[in-house]
Design a protein around this ligand. Structure first.
Ligand code: GMT
Length: 381
């Protein structure tokens, strides 16, 4: 098939999943057109059968907001005219499925089918904002098929928005041949030269990630055992998070690495991964840690309980309950047998449920299904 994948290029799970899906589909023989405002950061090497199309959004002095949606719709039409797309797979309802809808209206008969994958932010944050509810529901209802990355997100979507589409759950996935613990544990160990236990957090440091809870948990752990905290990623809450670390007296035990492309060597040296988010439709970072054999302590929110099995691959605590998180962290770090058991089960769980070979065929089947049935011009399931 000829598949157009639209995603954000930035450091974030939806862009990572869209890009990895493009790679996997291309390796399975499909022609893939990746359409984004920049080369996605995980598209690091040349892949046969992937074409990258950059969406340029010109700015004009008269219009204060860059018209990204219009430029994207225009680009989708152009890519279709050039490549004859069968399917446009939009990662995010707004604005990507909205642009796909516009493109389809412009193309008319013979236009590609539209598959939309919901990743969370457009539903759990924007979906409750009256400024967007109508356009989100419309963009979903005009898609030929809609998927959500977790059951939790599917339930939220159906309850928050007035939609007439069936939302199927297709969970996120990893290329399990690459996402595996590297031995001997790499760079991370050099950051803890005295054999301290290594805790890690990786995110875009938005408020929703509650990175200050990471520091609160770490301060409690560091009081009990020699340990270091490694922060991977960057974002608006980084500065306040580090100020809190100063106040709690643990700043000198924290390494701040910023955005990193190669995270497997880092995760391979971690003993525990923390993800205390307020909301997380899936929690790809926790899955990545588990794939590298790192037990996780995460908040019981959104799709995280579908990824992490409490007491088996890590522990779940209520959002904001830093006492619980610190207690669990210490339990894992002080009991080598428990640590090994969680680590082994984490890897097994990823391999049993979240590898590309299991998930990508589900998208392929969906594409085939929508290509074979009439287009969703009237929003029927
Ligand atoms: O969480 C973020 O800040 C990034 C966001 C995105 O757009 O990439 O992540 C969302 O999609 C990921 C991939 O499906 C999920 O793993 C994340 O849980 C989800 N983030 C939220 O729901 C807050």
């Amino acid at each position: 098939m000829r598949i157009g994948i639209v995603c954000y290029p930035s450091v974030g799970g939806s862009g990572i999943v869209g890009t990895e899906l493009a790679v996997q589909l291309a390796r399975r023989g499909h022609e893939v057109h990746l359409i984004s405002s920049a080369v996605p950061f995980r598209l690091s090497q040349f892949e046969e059968r992937i074409w990258f199309h950059q969406v340029e959004t010109p700015t004009y002095p008269l219009f204060r907001e860059p018209p990204y949606v219009l430029a994207l719709a225009n680009k989708l039409v152009a890519v279709h005219r050039m490549a004859g797309l069968d399917v446009i797979h939009a990662h995010y309802a707004v604005p990507h499925a909205t642009a796909a809808y516009l493109a389809r209206e412009i193309i008319g008969p013979g236009a590609p089918r539209v598959v939309t994958t919901l990743h969370g932010t457009d539903i759990t944050l924007m979906g409750t904002d009256p400024s967007f509810t109508e356009i989100i529901a419309f963009s979903i209802n005009r898609s030929d098929a809609v998927t959500a990355v977790s059951e939790s997100l599917r339930t939220d979507t159906v309850s928050l928005l007035s939609i007439d589409r069936t939302v199927r759950v297709i969970p996120n996935f990893l290329d399990c041949s690459r996402w595996r613990r590297q031995e001997p544990a790499g760079l991370c160990r050099r950051l803890a030269p005295e054999g301290e236990r290594v805790l890690m957090h990786m995110s875009n440091f938005r408020r929703v990630k509650r990175p200050w809870d990471v520091v609160e948990v770490f301060a409690r752990v560091a009081r009990e055992i020699p340990s270091r905290l490694i922060l991977v990623g960057d974002g608006p809450e980084m500065a306040p998070t580090l100020s809190l670390a100063e106040r709690l007296g643990v700043r000198d035990r924290i390494a701040v690495l910023g955005n990193q492309e190669q995270v497997v060597p880092l995760l391979s040296g971690a003993d525990l991964f923390l993800l205390p988010s307020e909301q997380e439709s899936f929690g790809l970072a926790a899955l990545e840690a588990m794939a590298c054999g790192v037990p996780v302590v995460v908040s019981r929110t959104g799709g995280l309980p579908e990824v992490v099995v409490d007491g088996e691959t890590g522990f779940l605590c209520q959002v904001g309950d830093v006492e619980c998180m610190a207690r669990r962290a210490l339990q894992v770090l002080q009991d080598e047998e428990l640590h090994q058991r969680l680590s082994k089960s984490a890897v097994e769980r990823v391999r049993a449920h979240f590898c590309a070979e299991r998930i990508v065929p589900q998208y392929e089947a969906l594409y085939r299904e929508v290509v074979e049935r009439p287009a969703a011009t009237v929003g029927l399931t």
